[in-house]
Design a protein around this ligand. Structure first.
Ligand code: SF4
Length: 209
């Protein structure tokens, strides 16, 4: 990779963009809301059930200038969702500054394993056992979304809920490939522990991106 591209990636002036698209947010607090997704390549968290493993290697995704991606996104929607991969592996200050200048509200979906950067209006923290969140992300998360793959994930969810700030909305979401098995358990758990809410990947049921 050319030195200038490497420098732009390090400074956050360019980012490896896997895909970007306008759709409906399918999960969590903003389920059903139209939003523009920017999926940034790169993740080293290594969830075995990850449904976007193609995102893990940043070098296979085209490097785009944040000016260009911000203009494209803001022309479609004023609600932007930064996702990945793990978007906090990158310096998000340049991208989020440009989006803010274009009047956007910015959400992020993160494992919390890297420090927050940039101007973020809504933080969806989805912690993973393989790389736990930083304290600074627990403190600022607006929603905590725990993916449930097996019974131990309910124990993990309670551990994570004890670490997140008191205002965070708590969600349990079935891991998609195991949804038939775990969704009834989540329903039962939420009825017994109503501080939690059910989150479903409604975009997958709707067959939209
Ligand atoms: Fe996949 Fe997200 Fe886990 Fe990374 S943090 S491996 S992108 S599910």
């Amino acid at each position: 990779m050319e030195d200038s591209i490497t420098m732009d990636l390090e400074s956050g002036l360019s980012l490896p963009i896997m895909e970007h698209f306008y759709t409906i947010q399918g999960e969590g607090r903003y389920t059903g809301t139209a939003a523009y997704f920017i999926r940034i390549g790169g993740c080293d968290v290594g969830c075995h059930w990850c449904d976007v493993k193609e995102s893990w290697n940043p070098s296979i995704h085209p490097v785009s200038s944040v000016d260009k991606i911000a203009e494209t996104a803001a022309s479609q929607s004023k609600t932007i969702i930064l996702t990945g991969g793990e978007p906090l592996m990158w310096n998000l200050e340049p991208l989020t500054s440009r989006l803010k200048n274009l009047g956007c509200r910015i959400h992020i979906e993160t494992s919390g394993a890297y420090p927050l950067s940039g101007h973020i209006d809504w933080i969806c923290l989805s912690p993973k056992k393989t790389a736990l969140p930083l304290e600074s992300v627990y403190a600022k998360a607006n929603e905590l979304k725990v993916i449930v793959y097996n019974n131990h994930d309910f124990i993990f969810a309670e551990e994570q809920a004890s670490k997140v700030n008191d205002n965070a909305i708590l969600y349990l979401q079935p891991e998609w490939s195991n949804r038939n098995k775990v969704t009834p358990k989540i329903i039962d758990y939420v009825m017994k522990n109503p501080k939690w809410h059910v989150s479903l990947q409604t975009h997958k049921y709707l067959n939209i991106p």
